[in-house]
Write a protein that binds this ligand. Structure first.
Ligand code: FO1
Length: 315
């Protein structure tokens, strides 16, 4: 069995631990297509937060408290940069994490595509699933905000970390998406997939940038594999993160029904055949999508595996 998972950062990484555990039991192959919209170039280094969150989490090197970055991290370089007044001071790069960005940037500068660089980094971390960036091309999520009566576009990380999403916000723009191509391996993985799972990641800034790469949405729509999404919202709150704030910008209700409707039915030009919701949201209706309840709190690996099994049964 071949499983493809569309995933963002921390929620996607946790979900993938369950997918990997289930795949090991049944002998399935897993490919994760990961968001790159959060990527940012700082201090001359290319930082890929979502790819790294997935790689570190599956490779046993993530900080479980923070969710991002490395466990046992130290911050000497960050302190030294701050002593120079080097901006941005709101973005923290740990010493251990920096090694990843140095290797990645050196390889990118030498001409390797991000997919090949990711494969090389994964040779160390052995995540047990194939990690593919959605695209090898530049794609960055920018956020149009209101400042001093004017509209300005800022990088997603500045909006997310520096402003904690608490600034008047107009819209999200996936810069470079129109001319981006799916990364090497993405369309092949989708064409041979038996099932596609949409992780309980932020629908607006993690999954939407993946779907914005021309060819990926079409491959889902026209593919033979059923597509099952897992709701990132339980009741009226995101499982983690600030999806509520992102949905508000789009004027979409923060609920399993709101996000299910945003993705839409595959038969109607959307992406979903099935939508897994928490039992508290069992009343959810999404036109032409089969909705099924299952506990969605990823409290530990066993709970996450149970969730993955429910998604695969629905598929
Ligand atoms: N999140 C923060 O809240 N503060 C940070 O300083 C920060 C630095 C950082 C560095 C590398 C990395 O891979 C992730 C980092 N994150 C940080 C997390 C990241 O901003 C977001 O949580 C994701 O982009 C959303 O998926």
């Amino acid at each position: 069995m071949r499983i493809v998972v569309l995933a963002g950062g921390i929620g996607g990484a946790r979900f993938l631990t369950g997918v990997r555990a289930h795949a090991r039991e049944v002998g399935a192959e897993v490919t994760a297509v990961v968001n790159v919209g959060d990527d940012i170039r700082l201090h001359g280094l290319q930082i890929c937060p979502d790819l790294d969150s997935v790689m570190y989490t599956l490779g046993g090197g993530a900080d479980p408290e923070r969710g991002w970055g490395r466990v046992g991290e130290t911050w000497t370089v960050k302190e030294e940069l701050a002593a120079y007044g080097a901006e941005p001071t709101w973005f923290g790069l740990g010493d251990r994490d920096l090694a990843t960005h140095l290797v990645r940037t050196t390889m990118l500068n030498a001409g390797y595509p991000l997919s090949a660089v990711t494969e090389a980094l994964c040779a160390r971390w052995q995540p047990g699933v194939r990690l593919l960036p959605a695209t090898d091309d530049r794609l960055e999520t920018h956020v149009v905000v209101e400042r001093d009566g004017e509209q300005q576009a800022i990088h997603f990380q500045e909006w997310w970390i520096r402003h904690r999403a608490q600034v008047p916000t107009r819209r999200f723009v996936f810069v470079g998406a129109e001319s981006a191509k799916p990364a090497a391996g993405v369309l092949d993985a989708l064409s041979v997939a038996d099932v596609v799972l949409v992780a309980p990641s932020n629908p607006v800034v993690s999954i939407a940038p993946i779907l914005a790469v021309p060819g990926i949405r079409e491959a889902l729509a026209g593919g033979r594999a059923p597509v099952v999404g897992v709701s990132p919202i339980i009741g009226t709150s995101p499982v983690r993160g600030m999806a509520d704030r992102c949905l508000e910008v789009l004027d979409v209700e923060c609920s399993a029904e709101g996000v299910g409707g945003l993705y839409g039915a595959r038969s109607g030009g959307g992406i979903l055949d099935g939508w897994l919701v928490d039992p508290v949201d069992a009343h959810t209706r999404v036109p032409d999508v089969t909705v099924r309840p299952a506990p969605l709190w990823m409290t530990d690996e066993a709970a996450t595996v149970a969730m993955v099994r429910a998604a695969l049964e629905l598929a």
